[in-house]
Structures are given as C-alpha cells and as structure tokens.
Design a protein around this ligand. Structure first.
Ligand code: NAP
Ligand code: HSE
Length: 430
C-alpha cells in the first residue's frame, strides 16, 4: 500500500481553494517528491451552503473544527481562515493534539508567532508560514535557507499589492487616491473596508515577520512604525516625478550598529531604483546582504494559485519529514535579542503652502536651521493669488529634530499649511 500523509484545510476561500487545486492537479508531481500521497481528509468552512467555484466532495466539508482537531489520523492542519480568532485557538489545539501546522496568517504570526512557534518546538512539530509574506514569492524560505549564512543589512519591500496597485494607477493614469482605491476595490484587490491595506497594517505584519527572520531577532508588531498611503495626493506624485522620483509604500528594515529599525511608510524613490519599476499588484523585496550584495525577489504577492503554491510547498516540506518519521523543529531563527529603535536619520520631502510675499522662504529656512535641519533643495511650485507652494527637500536628519522644526514652521504667520511630508530615499540604492 502506498504511503499517505493526511491533511485538513481550515478555510476554503481564495487561498484554501488554490492550495486544494494544486494538491489535486499536481498530485503525481508532489507524490514523487514527498514519497507519499497527500490526502485532504477534511475542509472546514463557515457556511456549508455557500456556492464555491471548485468541485469538492460534500463528505470532505465540515463546519465543526473538532472534526479536524480531534481526528488522530490527520497529520497536518492547514489554517487558511485569517484573523486572530478562532485561528489562534485552532492552531494551538492542533499542536497540542500532535498535528503539524501550515498557515498563511500574517496577522497571527506577526502578533502571536512567538507563542505558536514555542509550542510547536516544545512538541517537536513543524510550523510553516511561507504564504504569510508576499503570497507567491518564496522569500521566507530564501531567508531561512539560501541566505542563512549571510548577514542581511537592509530589507526594502513592496509587500502590499493593493497599495502598489493604487499608487501605480495614480502615477500612470493621473487618478486621484479615491478613484484608484475604487478601481482596486472593483478588481477585488482591496476589501470593502480597505483599512488594513491602505493604512499599512498588512505591510507592517509582513515586515515584522520578515525582519524577525532576516535579523534573527523578534520584532514586535507594536515596534514597527507604520504610515499608510491615504494622504498621498496627485500633486505629490506629480512633483515627485519632476524630481525624478516615484512614490511607493515601502517596508524598510535595517540593522544600524546592532539596533534594528523597522517601518512602513510612503517613500520617494529614484525612478530607476528596481523597486520603483514594480507596478500593479506585484510585490518585491530588495535585500542588501554582506556576502551576496543586492538581491531582488519579485512576483505576485497575493492570488489563489500563487499563494496556494506557497502553502503547498510548506505542506510538502512537512510531509517529507512525516514520511521519514522525523521529529521537526520550526527552525525559528530569532536567537538574538536586538533592540528595535526609532529610525536614525531620514531625508524628507515637505510641501508647504505659504503667503506669497518677500522674505517667507528665509523665515522658514531660518526655523529649519534653528533645529539643525539642513536643506538640500527648495522649489517654489505653483503660485496662486496671495498663496505659493514650496517644496523643501532636507538632508538626512533625526526625526525628532525634523518634527520639532515642522511644529515651529506651522506656527509661523506666513505658513498656511504643511500639506505633506514624505520620506525620501534618493541616495543610491541603499
Ligand atoms: P477568504 O477568501 O476570505 O477565505 C477565508 C475562508 O475561511 C472561507 O472559506 C471561510 O469560510 C473560512 N472561515 C473564516 N472564518 C471561519 C471560521 N470562524 N470558521 C470556519 N471557517 C472560517 O480568505 P483568503 O484570502 O483565502 O485568506 C486566507 C488567509 O491567507 C488569510 O490569513 C490571509 O491573510 C492569507 N493570505 C491571503 C492571500 C490572498 O491572496 N488572498 C495572500 C497571502 C496570504 P466560508 O467560505 O464558509 O465563508
Ligand atoms: N491584501 C494583501 C495585499 C494580499 O494587497 O497585498 C494578501 O497578503
């Protein structure tokens, strides 16, 4: 009799159905590499009667999680529901009951990964989560294997497809933010409530996971600085273009003298930077490491089949060990305990609306100077009636000094509004 590894899928939406399809369609290919058939024993859903665009035997479907968690024949539980609960409780119960776990749940891994990994290790069980970061891009595996002996210095990533689609539409078609968001919703990229994507939460979860693995030190999600794209305007995109820059929502994580800095924010990038060329819903992670140098991983950050492939690869990795009867380790690589600090020094693009009269530029420049903020360039943009718009590009400056300077600038009578502040990464690639 041929060997079997039995799995159950909890959640049968976009990723669940993609994973199922790959396991079915590529069954022979998978069996030849794993050394066993991977058999889907049960599928958990919320609504049994929901119409699904995939054919699956009714016997497999359950709405009772314990049909999976209490079934001793199931080797691997694949959690593809999303959210914190009941996903957390189900995963912990699966591990308690001796089942290996695969998940795509970035929110859960970013918020409670430490506990979950510790539980899996204490039980000698596997826990894999490749699909939680950048859907179809094999980035976690690359960090844990191919780059395991190298020292990563910096990670820059477009890790959210929805926001990259919106910013691409704004840059290429001149759409304003609301129009582009509407298009992202029509295409099914952005949820009806797009907050997690556009306010940078989704990207922050992914950067917490990626930087924890890349820098071997747990990065708590509440230490990840986060700013989304909802304040980005057509005007800033146009002015950025004139300066030779493209705006992207970037996750940036770096090791600065042994301290980690991890954040997500809109960034003005030189238009020839490889990340500036990543358009639409695609994701990319640009890595700078000591031995290899610059690397870029590019591909689909979401989607049924692309993400399903990442989940299937995790299932296969664990199934191979199940076949060999090996105890597993999660290979959690957070063996260091680095401090996660505020960003050291950053350049800023600042658009300020002022009263159009002589001496205004000098007044603002003097305030910046008082706080040690050095100005790299100043551009007077449109002038309308008694108003003018001035764009200031600062040199690299400590954020606290810059924020104090901005507070002081805002209090000047001649300043109508500080319309936008956007980080600039203009000096080469890294
Ligand atoms: P989805 O399409 O909304 O599917 C979620 C599935 O989980 C549905 O089948 C739903 O059942 C089921 N479910 C939800 N809550 C449940 C509960 N309490 N009990 C039982 N079943 C429940 O979600 P998805 O896009 O596939 O995402 C799944 C996970 O993958 C999430 O963690 C997400 O962040 C992650 N992920 C997604 C993508 C992507 O491209 N979509 C990419 C990377 C990572 P019903 O069908 O009956 O409603
Ligand atoms: N909502 C995510 C994105 C996809 O837009 O990139 C799932 O990770």
């Amino acid at each position: 009799m041929s060997k079997e590894v039995k799995i159950a899928i909890m959640g049968f939406g976009t990723v669940g159905t993609g994973t199922y399809k790959i396991l079915k369609d590529n069954g022979e290919l998978i069996k030849n590499q794993v050394g066993a058939d991977i058999v889907v024993e049960k599928i958990l859903v919320r609504d049994r009667n929901k119409k699904r665009n995939i054919e699956v035997s009714d016997d497999l479907i359950t709405i009772n999680a314990d049909d999976i968690l209490e079934d001793p024949s199931i080797d691997i539980v694949v959690e593809l529901m999303g959210g914190q609960e009941p996903a957390y409780s189900y995963i912990m119960k699966a591990l308690d009951n001796g089942k290996h776990v695969v998940t795509a749940n970035k929110e859960l891994i970013a918020k409670r990964g430490r506990e979950i990994l510790a539980k899996a290790d204490s039980k000698g069980l596997g826990l894999c989560f490749e699909a939680s970061v950048c859907g179809g891009i094999p980035i976690i595996r690359a960090f844990k294997t191919s780059l395991a002996g190298d020292k990563i210095k910096r990670i820059m990533g477009i890790v959210n497809g929805t926001t990259n689609y919106i910013l691409t539409k704004m840059a290429q078609e001149g759409s304003d933010y609301k129009e582009a968001l509407g298009q992202a919703q029509d295409k099914g990229y952005a949820e009806a409530d797009p907050t997690a994507d556009v306010e940078g939460f989704d990207a922050a979860y992914k950067m917490a996971i990626l930087s924890s693995i890349g820098f071997h030190s747990k990065v708590d999600i509440d230490k990840v600085k986060r700013e989304g794209i909802s304040k980005i305007t057509k005007t800033d995109i146009e002015y950025g273009k004139e300066l030779g820059w493209t705006i992207k929502l970037l996750g940036i994580a770096q090791d600065v003298d042994g301290k980690l800095e991890v954040g997500v924010s809109p960034v003005m990038l030189p238009k020839e930077h490889p990340l500036a060329l990543v358009n639409g819903v695609n994701n990319a992670v640009f890595v700078n490491s000591e031995a290899v140098g610059e690397l870029m991983f590019y591909g689909p950050g979401a989607g049924q089949m692309a993400t399903g492939n990442s989940v299937a690869a995790d299932i296969m990795d664990i199934a191979k060990e199940v076949v060999l009867g090996n105890a597993m380790k999660t290979n959690c690589s957070c063996f260091e305990d680095k401090i996660v600090a505020e960003e050291s020094r950053v350049s800023y693009y600042t658009r300020i609306s002022v009263v159009n009269k002589p001496g205004v530029l000098a007044q603002i420049a003097s305030v910046f100077g008082n706080f040690g903020v050095s100005i790299e360039s100043v551009l007077q943009k449109k002038t309308e009636g008694d108003r003018a718009e001035i764009v200031w590009i600062t040199s690299k400056v400590e954020e606290s000094s810059f924020r104090k300077a901005i507070t002081s600038v805002k209090s000047l009578d001649v300043v109508k509004e500080v319309s936008s502040i956007i980080r600039v990464e203009a000096n080469g690639y890294c």
